[in-house]
Design a protein around this ligand. Structure first.
Ligand code: SF4
Length: 376
């Protein structure tokens, strides 16, 4: 079983923390949809005829598309892929796009999961990161999706805002976990180069919270969500029983997926490819039947690195026995030797054959994971 990811690279405005590829010029929307359909047709063999289990519209802001756009894309998928067994079809949406009429339109389409970018339930935090919705709009959007019959609703939360206090953080987490949602993704705010927040940090207009507070917030997050009936299945993801994101889980389980649209990535077990991160270049290349992506054939070392990164992100961790079976005793020794210092300083631990992060380790996970990778 495999997945299809559709990248919609439009945003009405840019959020202050975001370094994803997106474009605010919506005049290219129709042309983009045409090119997405063409790319789906061109790449119909990339997944080697595997049945499609999940479809995910991400962005950017997929909730800027209208009914005809979605119909064209779904019709194209149906013509070239076996989508008869699809279990999960997700749309990422901004709260202020989710009017009653827009949600009614989504209900006429095959979507069965909505992922809403709420980020915070405190207006001053939403303004700081330049989100275009208010806390009340976020609450209304969830209620409207539920009232329209969407049972599977996910929300995104960001924590660790500049100068955020623990009580402020607890307010958003508490309110979010009490909402009628099935899934919460929670991310620590990062200051990526080139973003407005990074510039403000450089100019000392804002002040990042310290590592100790970050760790305390993460621990509070895990406790609060678990108390409210969510179980953690990945570093940043929490679900009610039976509502893990099937699409995102398939990335962590090494399943195949095809990504279409500017900057989308694809993986089929043998190769990885990534599309050009420019809307205009993407449209031009697809229209000219030119290659709009770079492709690499994965070596054993790449597959090992992939196995470490995806395994460590999950709550279950990396199975050392599977690592040995797949990559041999030498790579097992390499992994354990590199993990040793992090086990000593209590960032990693081994339990029943699985190597996993401690809560402190999660905060430093990017650096730790890169130390465990095999670099020639
Ligand atoms: S966070 Fe989402 S809505 Fe905001 S700029 Fe990035 S892609 Fe666009």
């Amino acid at each position: 079983m495999a997945g299809i990811y559709v990248h919609i690279p439009f945003c009405k405005i840019r959020c202050a923390y975001c370094d994803f590829y997106s474009n605010t010029d919506l005049s290219y929307k129709d042309e983009l949809v045409k090119c997405l359909c063409k790319e789906l047709t061109q790449e119909k063999n990339y997944l080697e005829k595997e049945k499609i289990e999940t479809i995910y519209f991400g962005g950017g802001t997929p909730s800027l598309l209208d009914e005809d756009d979605f119909k064209l894309i779904f019709d194209t998928m149906e013509s070239h892929f076996d989508i008869s067994s699809v279990q999960e079809i997700t749309l990422e949406a901004n709260p202020d796009d989710l009017s009653v009429s827009y949600i009614a339109m989504l209900r006429r389409l095959p979507f069965n999961r909505i992922s809403i970018g709420i980020q915070s339930l405190i207006d001053k935090e939403l303004r700081l990161i330049n989100r275009r919705h208010s806390a009340q709009q976020a609450l209304d959007a969830v209620a409207a999706c539920r009232a329209a019959g969407f049972e599977n609703i996910s929300v995104d939360l960001i924590y660790g805002y500049p100068s955020q206090t623990i009580p402020e953080f607890i307010f958003s987490v508490g309110k979010m976990s009490a909402m009628d949602v099935t899934h919460i993704s929670a991310y620590n705010l990062t200051y990526e180069e080139g973003t407005v927040l990074h510039q403000k940090l450089q100019r000392k207009e804002i002040c990042a919270i310290d590592e100790e507070t970050s760790i305390e917030m993460y621990k509070t997050l895990v406790n609060k969500l678990e108390t409210n009936g969510f179980f953690q299945y990945e570093i940043s993801n929490f679900a009610r029983e039976g509502y893990e994101s099937k699409h995102n889980s398939s990335y962590w389980r090494g399943k195949k997926y095809l990504g279409v649209g500017p900057s989308a990535h694809s993986y089929n077990g043998t190769t990885r490819k990534w599309n050009v991160a420019s809307l205009k270049e993407y449209i031009q290349k697809i229209n000219e039947d030119a290659t709009a992506y770079e492709l690499e054939t994965l070596s054993d070392n790449d597959l090992y690195n992939e196995f470490i990164i995806t395994g460590l992100r999950t709550k279950k961790g990396v199975s050392l026995q599977t690592l040995q079976e797949k990559f041999g005793g030498k790579m097992l020794d390499y992994c354990v030797e590199n993990a040793a210092k992090y086990i000593i300083n209590k960032c990693l631990y081994i339990e029943n054959d699985y190597l996993k992060f401690t809560t402190e380790g999660v905060i430093l996970s990017n650096g730790i994971m890169s130390d465990l990778l095999f670099v020639e």
